[in-house]
Design a protein around this ligand. Structure first.
Ligand code: HEM
Length: 577
């Protein structure tokens, strides 16, 4: 009889099990050691755990701490840091130039592909230079500085929405600025795309439009976007299951579910507005231009159908709504805090000096009177060049940049061998060889905390370190009056030029923000109108019931929450006339 504790060859089961466990353990140890010492990214500085697994950075994402966590790693390990076995982060002007100025670094698709609409690519999501170039060419003219400022009708469209904003504030001077500013940015960008008549009218109280916008930013939607970014595989499987369940349902019940019926409210609105814009061709709008493209044959390199055009339009709409809305909210909230009282006073004085109340001195009565539909070109240029207004906006874009996260690209292959390292098939970034296929990116949050932004004001109540909000750092001699020698003046100008070159809120290279001129114009026109008329004051814990408190709802997509925990209500008090 054979003892059940032993195999026929005499080896005990315990010995056998021990051998299997040891072999498995050895395999794991070998995998870990080889990942740490021999993997393609093992020579990149970073915590050991990031050489072995992507779960460290995924864990930070789950805690809403990816951006600040990556920045801390840079502070510890320097300008290049490994985030996972297949991803690195870089933080230097040279690396930005290498990665974002070269069209060979393509976009990293798991992040960008969630911004496609109706299954069609657009300028933002297209990956390679070939896919992107012709789309970008087709849209960029409508957003160039000269086109945005082209005529009084173009700027008049923005002013009409500024007037609606004033009406919104006048109806209740305690304003949930998050909603107000998202509404404002939405009405402006849809006015630009579809024309004033066909735009969204959220500020003047169109409830259906408000519901669409707020629904788009509701917590569930944000979580969904976050899931797509962090767990693309799970979400793709989920989508696949949903798609085939729909097909089986159609087959069993005979009820056909069209693909477009599964799209969101805002996508449906964009589709209808685009179709209407094609039949109302009177106004020169972005939608009208895009609709005409295929017939005019302007896009020779690519094929443009209705789905492609609507995808492009939705991309512009969504890219222009919360970026601009959030920037305005951060700026207004910061100015409304007690510590910014002087900044607000200074802005008000600058506006009154530039546009005195007496109508004959002011070019049109604006900003004190809104009985106008457009402003002369010189007035617009004057607004754009007001130094303190400009400084406040730049400082907001620096400290509270609306897209602080890593913008990922993929390292391209190379055809030549690097003469210094002898490596093939990859690129040298920050002096290190990075193999082709590695995800690489930088984050504005970190770039904007570089020492070049630090200033010495000499005042204890105005710390000039990189984390404080100090618009004065963008002014010559930090706005402190006094004579400067020619050398000192030249140094100051150089200091500001360097800071301007580092400001990365709108990205850089061929994929930079197409809407930045529109965005700056709309923000400055609104801010000039508001701060020449009103004092604003933050009212934390206002007790106002806010149905969609987006302030607290933001997930990792923008994981830096400057004003966490406050309800975002600001009181507008008119200055004595
Ligand atoms: C404060 C406001 C804004 C900020 C901070 C901002 C920021 C950015 C950034 C950083 C990028 C580059 C993304 C990347 O490289 O992956 C970008 C791209 C883009 N933005 Fe903006 N944006 C703003 C407003 C707008 C507005 C008003 C529009 C309206 C048209 C817009 C449309 C776009 C589009 C279409 C792209 C993709 C460009 C391309 O890939 O060719 N943005 N934006």
């Amino acid at each position: 009889m054979i003892d059940s504790e032993y195999f026929p060859n005499g080896v005990s089961k315990t010995e056998y099990l021990t051998a299997v466990i040891c072999a498995f353990g050895g395999f794991i140890v070998w995998k870990v050691i080889s990942a740490i010492f021999f993997s393609p990214l093992s020579h990149i500085p970073g915590p050991l755990v990031t050489a072995v697994t992507p779960h460290y950075i995924n864990f930070l994402s789950a805690l809403n701490r990816r951006t600040v966590g990556t920045y801390s790693l840079h502070k510890r390990y320097g300008p290049i840091v490994r985030l996972s076995p297949t991803e690195i982060s870089v933080l230097s002007p040279q690396a930005i130039k290498e990665v974002y100025s070269s069209p060979q670094y393509t976009k990293y698709t798991p992040l960008y592909s969630i911004f496609t609409h109706f299954g069609a690519q657009n300028a933002f999501t297209s990956c390679t230079r070939e896919e992107h170039g012709w789309r970008r060419k087709a849209v960029s003219e409508s957003y160039s500085l000269s086109f945005v400022l082209k005529n009084e009708a173009a700027t008049g469209k923005v002013l009409r929405v500024v007037k609606d904003y004033l009406g919104f504030v006048e109806s209740d001077r305690r304003v949930d600025i998050y909603n107000a500013n998202t509404f404002y940015a939405t009405d402006v960008v849809t006015g630009k795309i579809f024309g004033s008549e066909a735009s969204m009218k959220t500020l003047v109280g169109n409830e259906a439009h408000r519901e669409i916008v707020l629904g788009h930013y509701a917590r569930t939607r944000r979580t969904q976007v976050w899931m797509y970014i962090e767990f693309p595989f799970i979400m793709n499987v989920f989508e696949w299951v949903l798609f085939y369940t729909g097909r089986i349902w159609s087959w069993v019940c005979g009820e056909v579910i069209e693909d477009w019926e599964m799209v969101s409210q805002i996508q449906k609105w964009g589709w209808d507005a685009y179709m209407n814009a094609q039949s109302n061709s009177g106004e020169d709008t972005v939608a009208g231009r895009l609709g005409r493209l295929p017939q005019e044959g302007s896009s020779t390199e690519g094929v443009w159908d209705d789905k492609g055009a609507v995808s492009e339009i939705l991309d512009q709409m969504l890219a222009g709504m919360d970026t601009t809305g959030d920037t305005l909210s951060f700026l207004m909230y910061q100015l409304s805090l007690a510590q910014s009282r002087n900044a607000q006073k200074r802005l008000h004085s600058e506006l009154l000096d530039a546009f005195p109340k007496s109508a004959e001195k002011s070019s049109s009565g604006w900003p004190h009177s809104m009985d106008i539909q457009s402003l002369p070109h010189e007035t617009i240029l004057k607004v754009l060049n007001l130094p303190y207004l400009d400084a406040v906006l730049k400082e907001t874009l620096r400290v509270y940049t609306a897209i602080p996260i890593t913008l990922p690209r993929v390292v391209p292959p190379s055809t030549t061998t690097d003469s210094v390292s002898g490596h093939r098939n990859g690129r040298i970034v920050e002096g290190k060889f990075i193999p082709a296929g590695t995800a690489i990116g930088t984050l504005a949050y970190g770039i904007h905390r570089d020492e070049v932004f630090a200033v010495e004001t000499g005042r204890r109540d105005e710390p000039g370190d990189v984390n404080s909000f100090l618009p004065e750092r963008w002014l010559i001699n930090c706005g402190i009056e006094g004579e400067l020698t020619p050398d000192e003046l030249a140094q100051e100008k150089q200091r500001i030029r360097i800071m301007e070159a580092r400001l990365w809120a709108f990205g850089s290279g061929a994929r930079n923000c197409v809407g930045r001129h529109l965005s700056i114009l709309e923000m400055k026109l609104l801010l000039a109108t508001i701060y020449s008329r009103y004092q604003t004051q933050a009212t934390p814990n206002s007790g106002i019931k806010i149905t969609h408190n987006r302030w607290n709802e933001r997930r990792t997509f923008r994981d830096v929450l400057p004003f966490r925990g406050v309800d975002g209500v600001v009181t507008f008090t008119p200055y004595e006339s």
